[in-house]
Design a protein. Structure first.
Ligand SMILES: [Zn+2]
Ligand SMILES: [Zn+2]
Length: 421
């Protein structure tokens, strides 16, 4: 029997990890350039974090959580998303004393879903959360951060689709109109939604069932029901995006069905074969902290799936070609020279070089083939005669030119020759 990884998971093999490192490094760099600090939460949480922080009647909580009981009888769940977990951590650590809090995370989420391209049962999300800033500038900052992150990869024609789903002031009127529409199409809704629409009709907006999505696409749009404050907030976000030169358009079809979402919701799309494809989604959730038992506190953020992004960058040919993994290969003629080769390799590493050395005692020809394969620009060849004279041969792999150099000069010489970033 050959053991297999679980369905919906992936191994990131050595050939794949450089592109992950590239995207992760970009996420750290961009988030930090906006003054955001990284937060990491536990892989598993008490189930209540998501029951309260995501909502009982959602697909995530009802169907998709990896829930288990530990040996102490606690009900735990593998983190299906990070917003509720981050909010829990902030509450527990009393970080709300200092506002605004600007945070980013990059961590795995676990959901029991039907696996598809770019959508795995364990997937990785880059996200940010801003707490304690209720005005439109915070929304614009969040959108701008996502736009900067995506823009640096060269994705074509990024555009922000913007909507507002109102607040406690104007949502009741919208909810009334929505319920009326849903009632009229009750037979077309899935069983879950027929049940949900009496408890919380907004959650129908998030259902993935195609019949429900059809009904939702014809439903009244929250934009038509906005109160004056919500309108002003949306216009404030738009004014800031305009000042930043970030293209945007209002799109009444973008919604979030969770109670704690308020006002701004957005998606960032790029042009794909004439159509638009979404790579990032976010919004404002001024009611979340209260839902978790804290004092009211505004929040806004986004989540961005890295598997989906990498797939997109690959399809669009936007990933750079693999870079060499090694600068210098230290070859030794004869296994007895191994320890000296190892000493030289260590000196070169201390000079900042990436160095591989021979450990298999292969022929020089085989060692040069290996050096070629890992992309080493230079090979240090150590032979018995040279060693007696305190020198080694340095071979330039591009020109095949070779020259002798004193062993004690190698680090300074080769360290200076390779550009470091
Ligand atoms: Zn449904
Ligand atoms: Zn309103």
């Amino acid at each position: 029997m050959e053991l297999q990884r679980p369905r919906g998971t992936q191994d990131i093999l050595p050939g794949e990890s450089p592109k992950w490192q590239l995207v992760e490094a970009a996420a750290h760099r961009v988030a930090q350039s906006f003054g955001y600090a990284e937060i990491r939460t536990p892989t598993f949480e008490h189930v209540e974090v998501f029951r309260h922080g995501v909502g009982d009647a959602t697909d995530i909580v009802e169907k998709e959580m990896y829930e288990f009981t530990d040996h102490g009888g606690r009900s735990l769940v593998l983190r299906p998303e990070s917003t509720a977990a981050v909010a829990r951590a902030l509450l527990q650590s009393h970080l709300f004393a200092e506002l605004p809090q600007r945070l980013y995370y990059m961590q795995s989420h676990f959901r029991y879903e039907r696996p598809q391209a770019g959508r795995l049962r364990q997937h990785t999300q880059f996200g940010i959360e801003v707490y304690g800033a209720g005005g439109p500038l915070a929304d614009a900052e969040v959108i701008s951060l996502a736009h900067s992150f995506l823009g640096q990869f060269g994705l074509h024609n990024l555009s922000v689709r913007l909507n507002s789903i109102g607040d406690a002031e104007c949502r009741p009127a919208y909810r009334g109109a929505l319920v009326e529409h849903l009632e009229a199409h009750r037979e077309e809704l899935c069983a879950d939604c027929q049940r949900r629409m009496t408890k919380n009709p907004l959650r129908v907006l998030d259902c993935k069932n195609s019949g429900c999505q059809r009904v939702v696409s014809g439903a009244p749009r929250p934009l038509s029901y906005l109160c004056a404050d919500c309108k002003a907030h949306l216009e404030g976000v738009e004014a800031a995006l305009l000042a930043l030169g970030i293209p945007f358009a209002r799109d009444g079809s973008i919604v979030r069905g969770l109670d704690y979402y308020t006002r701004t919701v957005f998606e960032i799309q790029y042009e794909k074969l004439g159509a638009q494809a979404t790579v990032c989604g976010g919004g404002r959730y001024d009611g979340l902290i209260e839902a978790l038992g804290g004092a009211p506190l505004p929040g806004v953020g986004f989540g961005l799936g890295l598997e989906r992004l990498l797939l997109t960058l690959e399809e669009e040919g936007l990933l750079p070609p693999p870079a060499p993994s090694i600068d210098v290969f230290v070859a030794a003629i004869g296994e007895e020279l191994g320890p000296e080769a190892m000493r030289i390799a260590r000196q070169l590493r201390e000079a900042g070089l990436r160095v591989e050395q021979e450990v298999l005692g292969r022929s020089l020809k085989a060692q040069l083939r290996r050096a070629q394969k890992v992309g080493a620009a230079r090979v240090v060849i150590l032979g018995p005669q040279e060693l007696q004279r305190g020198v080694a041969v340095v071979r330039d792999m591009n020109s095949s030119q070779q020259e002798e150099a004193p062993i004690e000069d190698l680090a300074a010489r080769l360290g200076a020759a390779v550009p470091r970033d």
